[in-house]
Design a protein around this ligand. Structure first.
Ligand SMILES: [Mg+2]
Length: 257
């Protein structure tokens, strides 16, 4: 724990670490106060591509936590950065929410359904049959298929719902093309996070509630992976994975105690 507290940078997953449903988890306020008090660098990282940093800020504000926009990094921002660096002045057909479209615009990516360089899929309640048919035609025509994140399912107020990898799979099956996924556990996202914080991987910790995204992402990027039990993983599930967290905590507030 002392080693963890001495780290310079903290990359924290949000769902299951900071909040659950619409409520802040126990100890989060104390942890954030501690981050500010100790002058730590920190980033809240989410595979959710639907919301902009401003929207995430407002969401946390309604839960009583005020955190500047620069502390949020989403799979939408990482996806926009990736495609715009891979292909200058590129274009994309997008199935996704304003958070994803806005991030692409900000990186100079043109949104079009006419011969785009990429078909980019994020989670969206507006996902529909027409859009899938369009995407299939474009990928068969040569557009590269990108998913914002490789989550198969996610939590919602009505229970488990399909997430990006489940939504993109009809396009993969109909085209025979495999999508490339950007969000956690792709080390791309963690490495960009470290660069934004200005710290080296050995000086940082990755705190998350999922073994298959957060903990593996931390392991593969060289950050100390810290598992919190306030989200989807229970203590007896840890042994089912070939990699281990450095430390297991009941909640993120224990760091501040
Ligand atoms: Mg989570």
């Amino acid at each position: 724990m002392e080693e963890l507290r001495a780290k310079k940078g903290f990359i924290c997953d949000m769902d299951g670490v900071i909040y659950w449903g619409g409520r802040l988890l126990p100890g989060v306020k104390e942890f954030v106060d501690w981050l500010y008090r100790e002058n730590k660098e920190f980033l809240f990282l989410t595979n959710n591509s639907g919301q902009t940093p401003l929207e995430l800020r407002l969401k946390l504000k309604t839960m009583g936590l005020d955190i500047d926009e620069r502390h949020f990094y989403t799979s939408a921002l990482a996806t926009a950065k990736f495609v715009s660096e891979q292909t200058h002045h590129c274009s994309a057909y997008v199935i996704g929410e304003p958070g994803l479209v806005g991030a692409l615009y900000q990186c100079g990516v043109a949104i079009t359904d006419k011969e785009p360089d990429y078909v980019i899929v994020g989670e969206s309640p507006n996902y529909n049959y027409e859009a899938i048919c369009k995407a299939v035609t474009l990928v068969r025509g040569g557009a590269k298929l990108i998913g914002t994140n490789s989550d198969l399912t996610g939590p919602s107020s009505r229970g488990i719902i399909p997430a990006c990898r489940a939504l993109i799979s009809p396009i993969e099956m109909a085209t025979g093309k495999q999508a490339y996924f950007i969000g956690k556990p792709n080390p791309l996202m963690m490495r960009t996070g470290l660069r934004l914080l200005g710290v080296h991987s050995e000086e940082a910790a990755m705190i998350g509630d999922r073994m298959d995204t957060d903990i593996i992402g931390g392991v593969e990027s060289g950050l100390d992976p810290i598992l919190v039990l306030s989200g989807v993983t229970s203590r007896d599930e840890i042994d089912q994975f070939p990699y281990r967290p450095r430390l297991v905590l009941n909640n993120i507030g224990e760091i501040a105690d």
